[in-house]
Ligand binder design. Structure first.
Ligand SMILES: C[S@@+](CC[C@H](N)C(=O)[O-])C[C@H]1O[C@@H](n2cnc3c(N)ncnc32)[C@H](O)[C@@H]1O
Length: 278
């Protein structure tokens, strides 16, 4: 297990930043409503992580936990919730995490997901949300997550399909269902389901809302792909992005075309008797 790093300095990461306490509080509230220009993305991801909840049991390892957006959701379902973060990945990109007094509540283990500091066959549930695109060798990460699963244990994974670049320069891939199947099966896992989140309509609504926010509402673009919003321009835009998201959300209810979607959720199981490929 890697030593706990010292607090670094730098800019916050994220696709959109809000300056100041008031802005951050507003953002927390807006996140759950169409007044968040990223609501369509947030909602579909949240729904898709929630749909995997029945598979969670025993001890859960959240690889790339960040601020643990699903800890409250999963904790009541599992015996132990262990968050793992890779210091190298967050040192430059999410320095605010290091300022949070209760960091230890968020991250229990520091290490690289590609070389998990965890014993073979010791974990009942591995959860990893929107992390696979950030490692240069995603197949190796899936193999590593399979290694630590107990026989019968489950891997619960979400990945993006249509998403803007983020956390640059560490944004390497987007995934299709076939790639997820190959990763899981070559790691010796049995795929139980691969489920798209959103569809053509919701993905387009999400992109239109984000594009307007980035092109009209932003006062500054950052090198990690995120933007800093101009407070007055972004507030003026909110009714429009809210309307766009509501309209496309309703349209998505009428459409079943998932040739384009916002991402995928994989549920895979380590068989009870199996030799994992080396
Ligand atoms: C887009 S964020 C997702 C965070 C969180 N899982 C969520 O759903 O909000 C990607 C996360 O992957 C982490 N990460 C990147 N490379 C990693 C690695 N090699 N091992 C473990 N985590 C890694 C980053 O630090 C970051 O917190």
């Amino acid at each position: 297990m890697a030593a706990e790093p010292a607090a670094p300095t730098g800019n916050r990461v994220g696709v959109v930043h809000y300056r100041g306490r008031f802005g951050q509080r507003m953002n927390a509230w807006r996140k759950r409503t169409p007044l968040n220009p990223y609501w369509l993305d947030w909602k579909h991801l949240r729904d898709s992580v929630e749909a995997m909840l029945p598979h969670a049991t025993g001890n859960l390892l959240d690889v790339g936990v960040s601020e643990g957006p699903y800890r409250d959701l999963y904790s009541p379902k599992v015996r132990q919730y262990v968050g793992l973060e890779y210091p190298q990945a967050i040192l430059d990109k999410q320095p605010d995490m290091w300022k949070i007094a209760n960091l230890k509540r968020l991250v229990q283990v520091f290490g690289d997901g590609a070389r998990l500091p965890v014993l073979d066959g010791s974990i009942d549930t591995v959860l990893s949300t929107e992390v696979l695109e950030h490692v240069p060798e995603p197949r190796a990460l899936v193999h590593e997550m399979a290694r630590v699963l107990k026989p019968g244990g489950k891997l619960l994974l979400t990945v993006p399909f249509i998403q803007p670049l983020h956390e640059l320069p560490s944004d390497y891939f987007r995934f299709t269902p076939s790639s997820l199947r190959v990763f899981a099966e070559s790691a010796g896992l049995e795929v139980e389901s691969i489920t798209p989140r959103g569809n053509f309509a919701s993905a387009n609504g999400a992109m239109l809302s984000q594009w307007l926010t980035r092109s009209v509402g932003a006062s500054k673009r950052q090198s990690d792909g995120s933007v800093i919003l101009s407070p007055w321009r972004s507030v003026l835009l909110l009714p429009l992005t809210a309307l766009i998201q509501i309209v496309f959300h309703l349209a998505s209810k009428l459409s079943n075309d998932q040739a384009v979607c916002q991402g995928y959720a994989l549920v895979a199981r380590r068989p009870l008797v199996n030799e994992l490929p080396r």
